[in-house]
Design a protein around this ligand. Structure first.
Ligand SMILES: Nc1nc2c(ncn2[C@@H]2O[C@H](COP(=O)(O)OP(=O)(O)OP(=O)(O)O)[C@@H](O)[C@H]2O)c(=O)[nH]1
Ligand SMILES: [Mg+2]
Length: 294
């Protein structure tokens, strides 16, 4: 039996979270067309007769000196160092440049075994495939190099074959039915963040964070109460999230409600969503400590 931890590493928007969701068959990690969607390390667990692979979805590595970005980089680097293997994703739609070189170098320097994947194969031209595959082959000469589409589930079985081949022997670390180890509050706050980004993407995807202020689950009555706050960086941004006559916040609430309900099948759900301002939160060490508490 094989058991291993796998860090999923790549630039923002290369499709890491989408791939982890495809592999686990569950919505473990939120996704969006906006780069830098994932902020924290998120575990997705895959088990079959070969054993167990524990994937860590990481924030896309983006070079920046901003405090929030530095925290996100730290999440990625700590995951790299802790894992048995690395699944390196290259976004075939973007020409590898300085940022890609930096990540490839980080991965190589870690000395952790790599499976290198050219992602988004469903939409790549022959030339893009060639550029991407040769980048991976030259930077990771001893690693398996594959092309895949996490979105369309193409080449994903081959990725699993290679990962299980390299994985060390071991016993299952999680129950065979587990697919994530995130706590409820985190999952719910991520769903609300995803719906906010989806609805207000162009305006300010990185300026919000979501906090669960109260969560009560009465299992005997089958009722869940959630009070959550979407926090903006400036007071003036609250209006954008609320929208004319509350239309944006109503839509965000409705879409979040639908998805949160799937976590509590059959239960009655009360979701109270508020919008608040936490001026300058992206530079506030205490707030960042709460967001990156692991
Ligand atoms: N065509 C195509 N699009 C993809 C594929 N995988 C992901 N995408 C799209 O790429 C965008 C980013 O996907 P994510 O999974 O959020 O990317 P990520 O690497 O987790 O991004 P960050 O969390 O920001 O680092 C989304 O719009 C996805 O639908 C793929 O295999 N093919
Ligand atoms: Mg992501």
């Amino acid at each position: 039996m094989k058991a291993a931890t796998v860090s999923v590493i790549g630039r923002p928007s290369s499709g890491k979270s989408t791939l982890v969701n495809t592999i686990t068959g569950m919505k473990v990690s939120i996704t969006s067309p906006t780069p830098q969607t994932t902020r924290n390390k998120i575990r997705g667990i895959y088990t079959d007769s070969r054993g167990q692979l524990i994937f860590t979805d990481t924030p896309g590595f983006h070079i920046s000196d901003k405090e929030l970005n530095k925290r996100m980089q730290q999440e990625t680097i700590s995951s790299l160092e802790d894992s048995d293997m690395i699944l390196y994703l290259l976004d075939g739609k973007r020409r590898p440049g300085k940022e890609e070189e930096t990540i490839a170098e980080l991965v190589r320097a870690s000395k952790v075994p790599v499976v290198a994947v050219l992602n988004k194969s469903d939409i790549l031209t022959e030339e893009e495939k060639e550029v991407g595959l040769s980048f991976l082959a030259s930077h990771f000469p001893s690693a398996p190099v594959l092309a895949a589409s996490g979105k369309d589930d193409i080449g994903v079985d081959e990725i699993l074959i290679e990962l299980f081949r390299i994985a060390p022997e071991g016993e299952l670390l999680y129950d065979e039915n587990a697919y994530t180890d995130q706590d409820l509050e985190f999952r719910i706050s991520e769903i609300i963040r995803e719906k906010t980004i989806e609805n207000l993407m162009d305006e300010m995807p990185h300026t919000i964070f979501v906090e669960i202020e109260d969560l009560e689950y009465d299992e005997s009555e089958g009722h869940v109460w959630i009070r959550a706050a979407i926090n903006t960086e400036r007071d003036g941004q609250k209006g954008i999230i609320v929208g004319k006559g509350g239309e944006n916040i109503k839509r965000i609430r409705k879409e979040s409600f639908k998805e949160i309900k799937r976590i509590f099948p059959g239960a009655k759900l009360t979701l109270d969503l508020r919008v608040k301002a936490q001026p300058g939160w992206r530079k506030n060490g205490k707030t960042l400590d709460r967001i990156f508490r692991s």
